[in-house]
Design a protein around this ligand. Structure first.
Ligand SMILES: [Cu+2]
Length: 349
């Protein structure tokens, strides 16, 4: 019989096939890893925020009179859950395409693996030495060789089509008018710059765990100043590293992009609904790598613009209108301009 031979060849071929498939899906697989809340030491000093936010005073007031209110815990959408074993629920257009493909590929891999395992077990039992003392010396069977070449090729082609389309969709340039946010990874916090809105930068440090939990937010994921973006439109995220390689990753938005010093990586995202979406730095970047979470706050356009003004930024069309931030200021006791701290204001639900 030739089955022993067949099994051997098929096995090595399928091993290569499975290897190739897992390579093609590895990036998605990586995203699948649910961000685990680091169980480690809970007391974490607030990381040294870069100078800017401390210089300008009270955070509560600007939020109040600018019309911007930070989202409260009831608006948390993208975060890991206890006992979660699959990718997080997706809230972006790309995620809507990618997640089913990811799940489908896992099933393809599972079926092939089980099939190969079945063949292996069959050969081991059926052609064991005692049952089959005189082994076959057949070395070729054209028909079977053609089949085991063609079928895997077809499987790969079927997988390649949606995979390549997804890859293209992720890296295709966003529409020209898409909002740009430049994300800079620092040791060990994030900086969000808004070149389209006056080029101000927001420095984002992890909120101490006790404070976050007291406010109803997840520990090790909530930050003092979130990355605020508009929901329901394409956003161009450009990222770089200021010191070492970091990686900007938000699982529920199907987004992960390395922040590499000296390089500007770009990818687009479309967040479908307002909410808070958590992520973490996903490239080992030093001692406090585990303490530089990401909190993306997606808001309807008008609220986003209010936030921009509360940061001292500008919105397209503002130039013609009256200088918005200045008007509101005198009414309240506190200064209204500058780098307010949206994250610090008591979250009003
Ligand atoms: Cu990092």
């Amino acid at each position: 019989m030739i089955l022993g031979d067949i099994a051997r060849k098929r096995l090595s071929f399928l091993a290569i096939l499975i290897g190739a498939m897992s390579l093609s899906t590895v990036s998605q697989g990586a995203l699948a890893a649910t961000a685990e809340a680091t169980p480690a030491a809970t007391t974490v000093a607030a990381a040294p925020a870069a100078a800017d936010s401390t210089a300008v005073a009270p955070a509560e007031a600007p939020a109040a009179d600018s019309g911007y209110t930070p989202l409260g815990p009831d608006m948390i959408k993208g975060q890991p859950h206890d006992g979660g074993w699959d990718v997080q629920k997706q809230y972006s257009i790309i995620g809507d395409t990618a997640e089913p493909l990811h799940v489908g590929l896992i099933w393809v891999m599972a079926v092939i693996s089980v099939f190969v395992l079945g063949l292996l077990l069959y050969v081991m039992v059926r052609f064991r030495k005692s049952a089959n003392p005189v082994p076959s010396k057949t070395s070729h069977n054209t028909l079977i060789e053609i089949i085991w070449t063609i079928v895997p090729v077809l499987i790969l082609v079927v997988i390649a089509v949606p995979s390549i389309i997804l890859l293209r969709d992720q890296y295709q340039a966003p529409p020209k008018d898409a909002l740009t946010v430049k994300v800079t990874g620092y040791q060990w916090y994030w900086g969000y710059t808004y070149p389209d809105n006056g080029d101000f930068e927001v420095i984002s440090n992890m909120m101490p765990e006790e404070e976050a939990k007291a406010k109803g937010f997840p520990g090790h994921l909530e930050v003092d100043h979130r990355m605020v973006v508009p929901a329901g439109e394409w956003i161009r995220i450009q990222t770089t590293g200021a010191d070492v390689i970091h990686s900007f990753a938000v699982p529920s938005l199907w987004f992960k992009l390395d922040s590499v010093p000296g390089r500007l990586n770009e990818k687009k995202v479309f967040i479908k609904e307002p909410g808070i979406y958590y992520g973490q730095c996903s490239e080992l970047c030093g001692a406090r790598h585990g303490y530089m979470p990401i909190a993306v706050e997606a808001l309807p356009r008008p609220q986003f613009e209010a936030w921009v003004r509360s940061q001292g930024g500008t919105v397209k069309g503002d130039a013609a209108a009256a200088p918005a931030p200045a008007e509101a200021a005198p009414a309240e006791a506190a200064p209204a301009e500058g780098d307010s701290a949206p994250g610090e204001a008591a979250p009003t639900a």
